[in-house]
Design a protein around this ligand. Structure first.
Ligand code: B4P
Length: 193
């Protein structure tokens, strides 16, 4: 199974990704985690990425695509994976289609959450890029660059809309239904969970 998790910063992509990957035995590919690891390791790519992340901007596509390409090559063709936080714009979505060739995406789980709750969660998390000003910028970048991907995947009949408000367990169950798993499962495109 090949899954994409889409949604605003702080919607719980990383949280739900870990749960889905454990249950479905998928490889978890988080571009945010890969970038933070590169920053911590002090690689050239990490040093370049850091200034964008600190401001709440998207890291340039060339850097993100290089990081992910390495991971895809290491994973091989037959492995199920979940992409967490990628693609983040239409250019990345196109690059993903080219990279995958024949392999298809099965589901795009779209976590939806209001700004007020996003701010509450991220200020509580307290990562270095979780200050009020940086979060505001990340939300603006999200609306301009990433949100249009919902329409991109809706027309491809892949979008599973999930309400991300509620406990982690509530959201987990909705995500599972979006993936066609669990009781009352539905993977119909555009069906709101
Ligand atoms: P990411 O690492 O992708 O992080 P995120 O969007 O901020 O968070 P996420 O949605 O995963 O929330 P989480 O589960 O942690 O991006 C960071 C930066 O990396 C970006 O700003 C960008 O600069 C760069 N980047 C990443 N990918 C890129 C790409 N493809 N292209 C370019 N740049 C890229 O949850 C947040 C908090 O809420 C946690 O504290 C969690 O415990 C809590 N929480 C989760 N679910 C909850 C629930 N149901 N109820 C209450 N709290 C909950």
């Amino acid at each position: 199974m090949h899954v994409i998790l889409l949604g605003p910063p702080g919607a719980g992509k990383g949280t739900q990704a870990a749960l889905v990957c454990e249950e479905c035995k998928l490889i978890h590919l988080s571009t945010g985690d890969l970038l933070r690891a590169a920053v911590s390791a002090g690689t050239e790519l990490g040093l370049e990425a850091r200034s964008y992340m600190d401001r709440g901007e998207l890291v340039p596509d060339s850097l993100v695509l290089a990081l992910l390409r390495e991971r895809f090559e290491a994973a091989g063709d037959d492995t199920g994976f979940l992409l967490d936080g990628f693609p983040r714009n239409v250019n990345q979505a196109r690059a993903l289609e080219e990279q995958l060739g024949e392999a298809t995406i099965d589901h795009v789980v779209y976590l939806q959450l209001e700004d007020e709750e996003i701010l509450r969660r991220l200020l509580g998390r307290g990562r270095p890029d979780d200050t009020q000003a940086v979060i505001r910028n990340r939300l603006e970048v999200y609306r301009a660059e990433t949100e249009p991907l919902a329409a991109w995947y809706r027309v491809r009949d892949l979008l599973r809309e999930v309400d991300a408000l509620g406990t982690i367990e509530d959201v987990r169950q909705r995500v599972n239904r979006g993936l066609g798993r669990g009781s009352g499962a539905t993977a119909e495109a555009g069906k709101k969970e």
